[in-house]
Ligand binder design. Structure first.
Ligand SMILES: Nc1nc2c(c(=O)[nH]1)N[C@H]1C(S)=C(S)[C@@H](COP(=O)(O)O)O[C@H]1N2
Ligand SMILES: [Mo]
Length: 166
């Protein structure tokens, strides 16, 4: 009898472990294949890193103030977030928020005006000329939203996977 209960419990645990792994794969998949999703107006558009680099690369500098070092200026390469939204065929004009979501659950909400602001909000994929490494490899990529006008970097969204216009 005790043996039966044990077997049932083990099977249940195994099923949950399997479901968990499948779900983890789903959110990580976007990250590994370096895709980014733009959602808005009931539709979604996906871009690969390859496609994004072909939309035009801009190099810019931004001051990173991380939790474990003093503020320092770095050069980044990326695309203005507004350009990517336009490439997705979407607009921020009739929206209240631009929500940035990362694979670790970190979420940042921006005002459409901040995103329209010139030379401010970028989707970066290179730092000092090198592609941003992903979370597993100790990086902040493959995509990181950078807000140049933010004095502290807490709204810079590392490991960005999804942008939603609401
Ligand atoms: N995805 C993600 N982005 C994030 C964070 C985070 O936990 N997850 N932390 C924020 C905070 S509080 C800071 S100060 C900056 C820099 O964090 P770091 O110094 O830990 O890299 O990243 C910001 N972006
Ligand atoms: Mo922070």
């Amino acid at each position: 009898m005790v043996g039966m209960v044990m077997i049932v419990l083990i099977v249940i645990i195994a099923i949950f472990a399997f479901m968990n792994r499948e779900m983890a794969k789903d959110t990580q998949g976007v990250h590994e294949n370096a895709e980014i999703i733009i959602k808005g107006d009931g539709s979604e558009v996906k871009f690969t890193l390859d496609e994004i680099t072909q939309l035009g690369q801009e190099e810019f500098t931004a001051t990173l103030d991380s939790s474990n070092s003093d503020p320092e200026e770095y050069s980044y390469t990326g695309i203005p977030l507004m350009n990517l939204i336009e490439e997705a065929g979407m607009t921020v004009e009739d929206k209240q928020q631009v929500i940035i979501r990362a694979v670790d659950g970190y979420t940042v909400a921006l005002k459409p005006n901040e995103v329209k602001d010139k030379d401010n909000v970028y989707l970066a994929y290179k730092k000092e000329g090198k592609f941003l490494k992903d979370k597993e490899k100790g990086g902040s990529g493959p995509y990181q939203v950078i807000i140049r006008k933010d004095q502290f970097s807490q709204r810079w969204c590392k490991f960005t996977a999804e942008i939603e216009l609401k």
